[in-house]
Design a protein around this ligand. Sequence first.
Ligand code: ACO
Length: 236
Amino acid sequence: MDFPFSLNAIFPPEVGLTLSSSAAHGDVIKVGNDLLPVVFGGGGHSSVVGGCNLQVHLLQQRVSEILDTMGEASASAQGLRQPITSGPKLRMQEGQQVYLLVNRSADGRRGSSVVGMIKVGRKNLFLSNGSGDQVELNPLCVLDIYVHESRQRSGCGKFLFEAMMKDQKVASPRFLAIDRPSPKLVSFLAKHYGLTEKIPQFNNYVIFEGFFTDRPFDASPGPKRTRIYMGKLQHV
Ligand code: ACO
């Protein structure tokens, strides 16, 4: 997906925004619900954007445009009337994050493209455990995933998914809840992770056998980090 502005100006390669990188697939960049890219490194990460040359609100505007475009493409690929992902929607959803797969080498420094995205977040869900009980949990959910048609079936989806799981410290994909997976995603989960046996639910979420077994504690997103930003103290 091409954009009429430089992705390398928004996500400068030199400021540590890359969560995962592969010559074949591209760089994975994480965006928080402040619509700013997350800086990795030094053992932790924060969304300080001091290394970016753009003014913050312009950066957020550009990120929002990227999310709008990727969200529309994903909706159209799934035959949905309304996109699940957009800049304004991410902004309103505290605790949701989007991982973007960016191909920096598409055409030198300017014409790079966004290849795919995955949006995740924790949801409070009542889930059936398959033995007749309802359990209230706060699992990490896959809310939207999309890889551009020109790059599907070349491993980009798996690369993005793995980067997300590593960053979110998901021990196994069986611990994830998937929001209304499309047939392609069902096939993807079966192929890469052997997830085929569903535990039937009364909502749109799909979970698989093993979801409840040895489940790690579904912790809240963890302590917030503090940063000084534009002269103000913020918790991110
Ligand atoms: N038909 C059937 N299965 C497919 C297709 C397809 N056209 N494309 C990918 N897959 C599945 C298959 O299992 C495939 O393995 P195979 O080629 O051996 O059959 C496997 O995915 C390929 O793995 P990757 O290359 O790592 O995945 P890809 O980069 O294609 O990304 C994704 C998978 C994200 C599902 C992609 O196909 C896509 O964007 N589809 C359109 C949007 C969509 O359906 N998103 C999921 C919506 S539901 C939700 O987000 C919760």
